[in-house]
Design a protein around this ligand. Structure first.
Ligand code: TRP
Length: 340
């Protein structure tokens, strides 16, 4: 049997995971899980680039790991790890940082967007070097594909350039990863229910636009009832407004129904009914996820054991890559670790 290609993906344990994360990222990961050798990472070190409350960070890290599993990631066939449990991530990030021109980081649009309105004194240097740590995450596992959203394309390009540069200077060590961005029909782009012109986002000011994966059913229904549509009152499938189109997209992503089926279901029906039907689907889809989540978090020791196993499996691969990197660049091996 030929080796399956390696996929690496990660999310930060900050904010609440929402329907956009599920339909845009988690579900595509789960659906393709059997095709790849997978690493799914909770990137807690990346979360540190902005101030975090320590207790909340630890709780969010467990929560995200539990939500990965509850959404269908199988920790027996995929490697599920917490980034900080594998110290090789930090070590490789330091080394790669020394091979990263400042100009490459200065060009990162996400950094520029995030810092545009902040005083220099309030921005951590970790936020600036964020993409280097991300490159380390990816390169440690000889990753072939990285499944990320469009917003991460530039970071991935930096990873590729950095790996190519390192290989050129120090000899081939790294596999050059390819992005997998929106490859699956299921990788839906879910918009805010309040402002359908912008993506559903953890950092939204108000949570009315965001369906959190752990929202109780009555809250989900209330949010859909308030969802922005337009001044009309019934669905026009020929030219739905952005708010209506978003509701239809959510319905389609959850049911997998065809455009024809969607049209016959919704053409001409009232917005109130549309919202209820979409809310029903969302509630039904989240119910088993929430149930599994509750089971997993009722047993924190069991969950931590899963994470310990994931870290150990990851460390095996990461430490081999790092050993090779260290030797290429002339770091003296610690005594007892054998010849260079
Ligand atoms: N930067 C990614 C995001 O915000 C998270 C991330 C960190 C990541 N390391 C990664 C994603 C490695 C993919 C691969 O979405």
């Amino acid at each position: 049997m030929t080796e399956r290609p390696t996929v690496f993906s990660g999310m930060q344990p900050s904010g609440d995971l929402h329907l956009g994360n599920l339909l845009g990222a988690l579900r595509p990961w789960v659906l393709e899980q059997h095709l790849f050798h997978n690493y799914f990472c909770v990137v807690d070190l990346h979360a540190l680039t902005v101030p975090q409350d320590p207790l909340a960070l630890a709780a969010k890290t467990r929560e995200l790991a539990a939500l990965y599993i509850a959404s269908g990631i199988d920790p027996d066939s995929s490697t599920l790890l917490v980034q900080s449990h594998v110290s090789e991530h930090s070590e490789l990030a330091w080394i790669l940082g020394c091979f990263t021109p400042m100009g490459w980081l200065e060009r990162m649009t996400q950094y520029k967007d995030k810092t545009r309105h902040s005083a220099q004194e309030r921005i951590s240097s970790g936020l600036f070097t964020y993409p280097v740590l991300m490159a380390a995450d990816i390169l440690l596992y000889r990753t072939n594909f990285v499944t990320v959203g469009e917003d991460q394309r530039q970071h991935l390009e930096l990873t590729r350039n950095l790996a190519t540069r390192f290989n050129h200077l120090m000899g081939d060590v790294f596999v050059i990863p390819e992005p997998r961005i929106g490859q699956l029909g299921g990788g839906a782009r879910v918009m805010s229910l309040e402002d359908p012109a912008s993506k559903m986002s953890k950092s939204d000011d108000s949570d009315w636009g965001v369906i959190a994966l752990l929202d109780p059913p009555d809250r989900i229904r209330a949010k859909f009832r308030r969802a922005k549509t337009d001044s009309g009152s019934s669905v026009d499938m020929e030219a739905p407004s952005p708010g209506v189109a978003n509701l239809l997209d959510i319905y389609r992503a959850l049911t997998g129904c065809s455009q024809d089926a969607l049209t016959s279901e919704f053409q001409g029906i009232g917005y109130g009914q549309l919202k209820d039907k979409v809310a029903d689907q969302v509630i039904a889809a989240l119910e088993p996820i929430q149930r599994r989540y509750r089971d997993l978090t009722a047993d924190p020791v069991g969950l931590d054991a899963i994470l310990a196993r994931g870290a150990e499996a990851a460390r095996g691969v990461a430490s081999a890559t790092l050993r090779e990197v260290r030797s290429r660049i002339g770091l003296l091996p610690p005594s007892g670790s054998g010849p260079l």
